[in-house]
Design a protein around this ligand. Structure first.
Ligand SMILES: [Zn+2]
Ligand SMILES: [Zn+2]
Length: 277
């Protein structure tokens, strides 16, 4: 799931065995058939971290089994999100999940920048497997954000639409921080870096929580899925509106006074029905 106003889904079929990755990530980076092994020796045996985006929604939202959540933030040198965006993300998640053990944000030491320019989904999956430190085990859920020093190979140069981030597995998200830095700032017509970062990471986490109508994920309680744009909300000022994961989001942010959008009542009701608060 990307943040953009006019972006529907990206086809990764030419890159992967899986068919498509919609914004919100119904695709998953996985091993099957590719001959490549993205699994990490640090993965626990008791939880599958290679499921489709949305598959861990109930585990994250409810306290049925998992009592706490760790948000692992891993960034290439020089491309970590701002402290304010990190704090906003933690608050956003804490407000939605029923976790007696709380929500903890862990920022890893930086990993080396690769200066690759643009990254494929395969690249992202391999970097995660090589570097991610923590995985779900016992009663603790772990979700993972990777911040990259480059762009996505799925950027659409023709119409200038750039991918800012996507969720690509049940607990995994990639953020193209260099692209975010390039489209944000203090120039006229730009939204602040912190605002764009906050909006993007919260939107992607919304997909990890199963929005909108991801299956497996979080079923809609009322009809508000923007079906032509995949797993997004049809409420234009909702965090889960489809433009939020591409560069088109900036115009959206500015039209809402420069503040990150929040979840509308229907998306909130969906999360509550699936064990959230
Ligand atoms: Zn999205
Ligand atoms: Zn919504």
């Amino acid at each position: 799931m990307k943040l953009s106003l006019a972006y529907a889904s990206i086809s990764l079929s030419s890159l992967l065995v899986l068919s498509t990755l919609s914004c919100g990530g119904s695709g998953s980076v996985n091993t099957g058939g590719t001959g490549m092994d993205y699994h990490s020796p640090r993965e626990s045996a008791d939880y599958n971290s290679h499921q489709a985006t949305g598959a861990s929604a109930h585990d994250l939202l409810s306290a049925d089994k998992y009592q706490s959540v760790v948000i692992e933030i891993q960034a290439m040198q020089g491309f970590a999100p701002s402290a304010r965006a990190q704090a906003a993300l933690k608050d956003f998640i804490t407000a939605r999940v029923n976790k007696p053990g709380g929500v903890t944000l862990v920022v890893d030491p930086p990993i080396p920048a690769q200066n690759k320019g643009a990254y494929t989904l395969n690249d992202v999956g391999m970097i995660e497997a090589a570097n991610r430190q923590s995985y779900t085990t016992g009663t603790q859920m772990v979700t993972y954000f990777l911040f990259l020093d480059g762009a996505s190979t799925e950027d659409d140069a023709q119409n200038g639409r750039k991918i800012l981030a996507y969720a690509y597995q049940n607990t995994s998200m990639a953020v193209f921080e260099k692209t975010i830095q390039s489209i944000s700032g203090s120039l006229p017509g730009q939204a602040s870096l912190t605002t764009v970062e906050t909006t993007v990471v919260e939107h992607e986490f919304g997909h990890i929580l199963g929005l909108v109508n991801l299956n497996p994920g979080t079923a809609i309680q009322t009809p508000h899925q923007d079906t032509p744009h995949g797993n997004h909300c049809d409420v234009t000022n909702c965090l889960m509106y489809y433009s939020v994961n591409t560069s088109d989001v900036v115009a959206n942010l500015l039209s809402f006074g420069g503040n990150p959008p929040v979840l509308d009542a229907q998306c909130l009701a969906d999360l509550r029905a699936n064990g959230g608060k």
